[in-house]
Design a protein around this ligand. Sequence first.
Ligand code: AMP
Length: 477
Amino acid sequence: MNNGFASLQIEDSYVRRLQEMEIVTPSPIQTEAIPVILEGKDVVAQSQTGSGKTLAYTLPLLHKIDKNSKEVQAVVLVPTRELGVQIVQTLEQLTEGSSIRVQSLIGGAAISRQIDRLKLRPQVVVGTPGRVLELLKLRKLSMHYVRYMVVDEVDQVFELGSMHEVEAIFKGMQRERQALFFSATLPEPVQAVIDRWMNEPVFVQVNPEQRTSQTLEHLFFVSEERDKIDTLRRIIRLYNPTAAIVFINETDDVAEVISKLQFAGLSIEALYGDAGKQDRAKVMQSFRSGKFQLLLATDIAARGLDIPHVTHVINLDPPIDADHYVHRVGRTGRMGKKGTAISIITPKERFIINKFSKSLGIIIEEKEMEFGKVINPGERRGGGPRAANRTRVEPVRSVNGEAGGEAPAGSLRENNARTEAPKARTSSLAPKLKAKAAAAKPATIADKRKAERERLKDRKNKGAPRWLKEKQNKPKL
Ligand code: AMP
């Protein structure tokens, strides 16, 4: 009996290649989608992220390519360069040694090089909609022989405003073509495009009601907004993830947050939308090879990323809706591996967690930290009100800013110090902090504000990575 890829009519050469990649048993989305795609049907596939969607379309697609023809026959559209790179890598792994050529046509890279490489006659191209359309308009790419069009992470492609570009690309295609849409979520606008461009599509849904992987643990910590960075730092110290992705909502905030996090002593780099293509590629490569522990990203930058050693996803800002929660947490707990999703929320944001929990049918457990341990609410040994609800005193930084030494007054750590045994309170750090606090005490409110501004500026500048300093020094156009 064979219930592996061979039973799905996948050619032996690919089955062997998959075995080398330690991929033997098809995942549910692969079992469902591969036969329908091989049959030639238009397909809209929805399954949780990290469930093996890339192979679900790349494998049947490769079977359909005429290896003897030197025309572009398949186009895969992706929302981001990182996802594009990932898909090209998968395709190259599968086709290594064969006559199938794959080329990336991703925006941001030099178009002249892409034009040159198109002369090598790839049969499959993977690109962002804008760049693919640009090349079509320049007549450097022809859709004449394209029979297969995949849109991966279709909801994000549309969210990024590329719906018109996708439709313009559809217009340039032959009528006899197969269209495949893949995503973990399928919001309304996608449905309209499905109606316009697909021919009696088959909807493949694997466990649509189970939107996040069952191997994920969902947790949240409550923290005041101003203490979030410190809370994150302590979470990292306690969980010590192999690798984690930290999400924030606004691209504009990346520069500021990354400098704060680096200053807090975290091993973190940002996947920064405005950074050059080479910088982004370098960050991704270093993160993949474990050179740093945390990747700061926005929803857009991290969509679809498959980095197997990511053990934790941390929401420093809560995602804007349940769909975004699904995509974010899907960066871990992939293909049956364990993963932890942690949201750091303010007391006012509790309702958001309740909403996600209800709409996704998952339990998001509240946790707290005390004495260097993660505890459940109510297990606090020190007694007293929750740290997060306490009145905050001006923060005081330790001299070297080293992770363990930082103890902002009013933070969990400081509150613990106040509630724990007297021995802890007389630690050598306490008098130093008190003295520093006294010395730093500003005379008037205006002085105090000024001092705080100076302190933040100084802190930001000291901790800022080189590219950020350069960016800050550049005159604004
Ligand atoms: P994807 O959802 O396509 O991003 O895939 C998630 C991860 O699962 C990738 O690292 C794939 O190499 C891996 N993968 C895909 N299909 C299988 C499978 N059938 N068995 C084991 N791992 C797989």
